[in-house]
Design a protein around this ligand. Structure first.
Ligand code: UDP
Length: 239
């Protein structure tokens, strides 16, 4: 398997073709953006952490029966994945109020929900990822009804695995964003990443933020927070 030309460069990752038409290589960068690219910066070491953490959780998801795009970790920053066409929906699961939810509905952060919520945004930078519901997604032909049902089932299953894992690390899973893709046989798999860039993670005791909100909100200690959650993840894995 050889790395061929770059086909895409996103905010946090580059994607390369390979000699296998059904495989891509993802290369994680230290670049960080927030507010749809309006805020830019670097989080030193983030690419390595996000690559390794994502791969760790993708394998946990596979073990739990949730199919993913993961194939093989190639280096600290590079991973071989299945070629997918990304379903243009950002799927957000929330266990606790925070971020845009708190702002939109005028509530404080930190309200623990009785049951997790799910919401969809239309993945579109020019439109600023507008919130939409399943009917809108169907009307826009972003996915079929069956695909949306599958995505919802997988997303809640990811929450169950992730929330339980982090709880055992003394970390509260507040919310996170997932993306799904379609592989060549038409089936839906979990794609993109699961990392402190895409999850809100709070220390269970102190409620200290251990995720990208430290970058978004200029709180400092960004690299330390990423390193801390990585350390706890590895310590738990070793048990
Ligand atoms: N999120 C993400 N990418 C996005 C938007 C949100 O990974 O483009 C994640 C974010 O890190 C958080 C969750 O999705 O864990 C919910 O984010 P929210 O809707 O509250 O948006 P934000 O406050 O980040 O704008």
């Amino acid at each position: 398997m050889e790395k061929l030309e770059q086909i895409y460069e996103g905010k946090a990752k580059k994607v390369f073709k390979t000699t296998d038409p059904e495989r891509y290589i993802v290369d994680y960068k230290d670049d960080a953006t927030a507010f749809n690219g309006a805020k830019k910066g670097t989080i030193v070491g983030k690419g390595v952490i996000n690559n390794q953490m994502t791969n760790f959780f993708m394998q946990r998801m596979e073990a739990a029966g949730i199919p993913t795009h993961f194939v093989q970790e190639l280096s600290e920053r590079e991973t071989l994945v299945k070629k997918v066409s990304i379903v243009p929906l950002e799927v957000i699961i929330r266990n606790i109020s925070a971020g845009s939810f708190a702002k939109r509905y005028g509530v404080e952060e930190g309200i623990v929900f009785d049951a997790p919520t799910i919401e969809f945004s239309y993945k579109s930078d020019p439109l600023d990822d507008p919130l939409l519901n399943e009917y809108h997604a169907l009307a826009l032909k972003l996915a079929t009804k069956e695909e949306i049902e599958t995505i919802k089932k997988y997303a809640f299953a990811v929450n169950d695995v992730l929330k339980a894992f982090w709880a055992e690390c003394g970390v509260t899973l507040v919310d996170f964003k997932l993306e799904f893709g379609k592989i060549s046989d038409g089936s839906i798999v979990l794609a993109d990443e699961i990392s402190p860039d895409t999850c809100r993670l709070w220390d269970s005791k102190t409620h200290e933020k251990l995720d990208k909100d430290r970058f978004r909100r200029d709180m400092g200690g960004v690299e330390d927070a990423y390193a801390e959650v990585m350390k706890r993840m590895k310590a738990h894995d070793a048990n």
